[in-house]
Write a protein of this length. Structure first.
Length: 225
């Protein structure tokens, strides 16, 4: 595994299919650094941080969650700095935290083989809620670099968040452009609303959770077809 540089200010650790690990993004301004998604587990987060340190990059000051699904959030307890999530995402995390602490991880581990691979060897499943919670949208200034974080209607989940690095014209979508969880179709109305939001932001590069970075038109074409 290696850390890939995407633009002047952006790096990412590529996704992995076997354990359903998504791309983890990293954005560096002059004063602050930001990560996109926390990872599937503490082990996933640790690998990401080792790659950042190898490149001489500071660990993130803030990590933004694109949605609640475990492969993007269950590494939150191992995150450096603060975790930011929208209010709906945080409610889902609170529900899973209570469920696992009360009944154990059995239901979670039964959801998919990729989860059992991620947590092989009886690794502990720890769910954490966010340090910072928002609703709507906000713009962060990392020091000479603006990042817009916004909730959006999308076909995958009802808590999707986009992370747009304005000055590098790069948009992180998480899994927002995918079908309805867990295996449903992409609803046409929600796909169109997400496409409208993407066009309004006008990025040049789109980074989805489980795919290589592509030109925006490729993402829109896949989303609407």
């Amino acid at each position: 595994m290696e850390l890939k540089r995407l633009t002047e200010h952006i790096w990412y650790m590529p996704y992995e299919e076997e354990r359903d690990r998504p791309n983890l993004g990293y954005v560096k301004g002059d004063q602050w650094s930001l990560a996109v998604d926390a990872g599937h587990s503490a082990s996933h987060t640790k690998v990401f941080y080792e790659l950042l340190e190898k490149e001489g990059l500071p660990l993130p000051d803030i990590t933004v969650m694109t949605h609640w699904h475990w492969d993007h959030t269950f590494g939150m307890h191992a995150v450096h700095g603060l975790c930011l999530a929208n209010d709906i995402t945080n409610r889902y995390l609170a529900e899973w935290k209570e469920k696992i602490e009360k009944d154990g991880p059995g239901e979670f581990l039964s959801l998919h083989e990729s989860i059992r691979r991620e947590y092989a060897g009886n690794r502990e499943v720890i769910v954490k809620t966010a340090d910072l919670v928002f609703s709507g949208e906000m713009t962060l200034d990392l020091g000479g670099l603006r990042v817009k974080v916004l909730q959006t209607e999308a076909p995958h989940t009802n808590d999707s968040v986009l992370v747009y690095v304005i000055d590098d014209k790069t948009l992180f979508l998480g899994d927002a452009a995918g079908g309805e969880f867990p295996s449903g179709p992409k609803k046409a109305d929600l796909s169109q609303k997400l496409a409208d939001t993407i066009r309004r932001l006008d990025p040049e590069i789109c980074v989805e959770g489980h795919w290589i970075p592509v030109d925006t038109e490729d993402t829109l074409s896949d989303l609407l077809n």
